[in-house]
Design a protein around this ligand. Sequence first.
Ligand code: FDP
Length: 323
Amino acid sequence: MAKIGTDLNSFILEEERKYPNATGSLSRALVAIESATKVIASHVRMAGLADVLGKAGKTNIQGEEVQKLDELANNIMIQYLSQSGEFFALASEELDEPIYPEEGKNGKYIIAFDPLDGSSNIDVNISIGTIFSIHKRVNSDVSDFLQEGCKQVAAGYIIYGSSTMFVLSTGNGVNGFTLDPAVGMYLLSHPNIKIPEKGKIYSINESNDKKWIDKGLKEYIESLKEEGYTSRYIGSMVADVHRTLIKGGMFAYPADSKNKNGKLRLLYEGSPMAFLITQAGGIATTGKEDILDIKPTDIHQRVPVFLGGKYEMEKLKEFLNNG
Ligand code: FDP
C-alpha cells in the first residue's frame, strides 16, 4: 500500500505497474485532470480578489477579462483534457453537447465532468468542487456516455475547501490526496478511505420536506433525529459528500414536486459519487435502485440521490418501502 505523503503522480504510476498490460493511457488521463484542477484551485483561492479587481475595469491584474469562475473552470478542464490526447470525448455539465477534441481521436477514454459544483457558494467563500467520471470509449459516439456507472474506470472529485483535496478511485478503493501549496503536489493524506458503517449526521435540504414525493422520507429523517442524529447541510454536493465519506451518516437530494427526478445530474454528480461511496464500503441508491446500475438515457438526466453508510441506507429502505 502507498505510504502517506506519496504524491499523486507516483501513486498513479504505482497503480499502473499492477497491470502489466497497461499502456499508461489512464495514468496520463488522470495526470491531465490533476494539472487542470491545480490551475482551477489557484483561481478559486483568488476568487474574491479577482472579483474586486474585476469590478474596477472588468479586467484582472494581468489585463485579462475576468470570467465567471465556473466558466473559467470549464475552459481549463476542456483545455487540459483535450490537450492530453487521452479523451475521445468530453461531456461537461456546462455544455449542451459533448466535445470531440481533435487531439483525442485515438483516445481510449471518455470523461463526464462538473467543472465547478456548488457554484452558488462561490460568492460566499464556501467549499466547492470539481467532479469527474471516466468510462472506456466503446462505440465512438454519444452512446459512450450512456454506459452504467458500474462500468466507470475511474471517478473522483477535487474539493476546494480549507485545503484542496483530490479524492480518487480507479476501482481499488478510495484514496485522498491533499494539495501542498508549497510544492504544488497532491500528497496522499487519506489512504484507503472507508465510510463508517454508522454515523451521526443526516444531510438533506429539509426545507423541501413538504414537497418530497415519498412521504416515508420524512418519517425516516424523524427517526434519525430520534436516534440522536444531527443535521449538516452545506448545499455544495462535493462538500456534503466529502463530509459523509469521512464522518459517515447520509446525504440525499430526493425527488420532490419541483424536481421530479431530483436535482442532481446522473453523469456528472450521482454516478461518480456513487462509485466513490460504494468503493469506500457505502451504498448509493435512488431509493428504488442502485445508482451504479442505471443505464442513462440522456447525458443531462437527473436522478434522486441517497448515499451513505450501510446502517443509514439499510434503514432508508425500510422507510421508503413503507412510505
Ligand atoms: P449548486 O446549485 O450551487 O450548483 O447540483 C448543484 C448543487 O449546487 C449541488 O452542489 C448541491 O448539493 C445542490 O445543488 C444544492 O441544492 P439546493 O440549494 O436546492 O439544496
